[in-house]
Design a protein around this ligand. Structure first.
Ligand SMILES: NC(=O)c1ccc[n+]([C@@H]2O[C@H](COP(=O)([O-])OP(=O)(O)OC[C@H]3O[C@@H](n4cnc5c(N)ncnc54)[C@H](OP(=O)(O)O)[C@@H]3O)[C@@H](O)[C@H]2O)c1
Length: 290
């Protein structure tokens, strides 16, 4: 007899999400009879949907834009990562009690270490962007003992807010204006450059753009782009041309999803299966390069 369970992702809109593809691949691989669905939930329906997760058939859900903050009042508790981020991307139901987690920072660090081969402790890092993902990345890097931060954003006030957060934790952090000469200087000194803007994202605000000019990308840094569609962004293409090491956003996406899977099901996620399914869902790198 098949068991009907609720696992899935809520957002609005939700059609772009590839989480259903790689989470379902993991469930099928392990023979777990559950369906991971995309749920398009409008902002005024979030409370009712989350209340429904207290049912005995509900295991949990992922939460994406624009609900990561608005779900919080409907939960019984949130973990440390989610409290720090002020955002929840995973909800788990334990006998009617709902707990919110945030696995983005964990996914970012695991991808950095395992796919990028870089330990951030003591390193100089240039962050491009100061929105929701940049906040999670800064918090993850602070937890990992980062040495020094430069944070560059189009809206400098947001970079200043993030820099203060780091400085309050005792880490030197300098806010910068994206595109300024100071960003080029910070890039030249950086061990790691992380793009947390949506520049370069397919169907995004500046699809063909790069948050750092090609000639400013140093050969000596690891260039990590959180954008995962396309897999080869203009920034990563410039980094490859400069001879720098690169890391795309798909790895973080899969690792944050794997952490959610483990929270829901209490067993190791088949990361290789998830990575293969996620990669297969992306347009080919060769097509991106043309
Ligand atoms: N790989 C993963 O698992 C993962 C996880 C999370 C996010 N992401 C990706 O990361 C990107 C950012 O997500 P987010 O949640 O941080 O978004 P967000 O909160 O909306 O922040 C967007 C950031 O991009 C900047 N930006 C937007 N348009 C720009 C432009 N034309 N020129 C310069 N800067 C611009 C914004 O600057 P202002 O402050 O000046 O507006 C802000 O810093 C998205 O592409 C998302 O898909 C990937």
């Amino acid at each position: 007899m098949s068991i009907t369970t609720t696992l899935g992702i809520i957002g609005y809109p939700i059609g772009h999400s590839i989480s259903p593809l790689f989470q379902q691949a993991a469930l099928d691989h392990l023979g777990i009879e559950a369906e991971y669905g995309p749920y398009a939930v409008k902002p005024d329906e979030v409370g009712e949907f989350v209340e429904g997760l207290r049912s005995e058939n509900a295991i949990g859900i992922n939460v994406t834009v624009p609900h990561k903050e608005t779900v919080i009042p409907f939960l019984d508790e949130v973990d440390d990562w989610a409290t720090e981020a002020g955002a929840v991307n995973t909800i788990v139901n334990h006998s009617g009690r709902l707990t919110g987690h945030n696995t983005d920072g964990y996914g970012f660090l695991r991808a950095l270490r395992e796919s990028g081969g870089l330990e951030p402790e003591g390193r100089r890092v240039l962050i491009l962007g100061a929105g929701g993902s940049a906040r999670g990345v800064v918090q993850a890097l602070l937890r990992a003992g980062v040495g020094e931060l430069h944070i560059a954003n189009r809206t400098v006030a947001r970079a200043e807010t993030l820099a203060r957060l780091a400085a309050n934790r005792g880490v030197p952090a300098t806010p910068l204006a994206l595109g300024s000469a100071d960003v080029a200087a910070a890039a030249a000194q950086a061990d790691l450059i992380v793009n947390c803007t949506s520049v370069g994202m397919r169907h995004g605000p500046d699809e063909s753009g790069s948050p750092l000019a090609a000639h400013q990308v140093p050969a000596t840094a690891l260039v990590y782009d959180l954008v995962y569609n396309p897999m080869l962004t203009p920034l990563l293409r410039a980094a490859e041309a400069a001879g720098a090491a690169t890391l795309g956003g798909i790895s973080m996406l899969v690792y944050q999803g794997a952490a959610s899977f483990e929270i829901w099901l209490g067993q190791p996620a088949p990361v290789d299966v998830m990575m293969a399914a996620a990669t297969a869902a992306m347009p080919a790198r060769e097509a991106d390069a043309t």
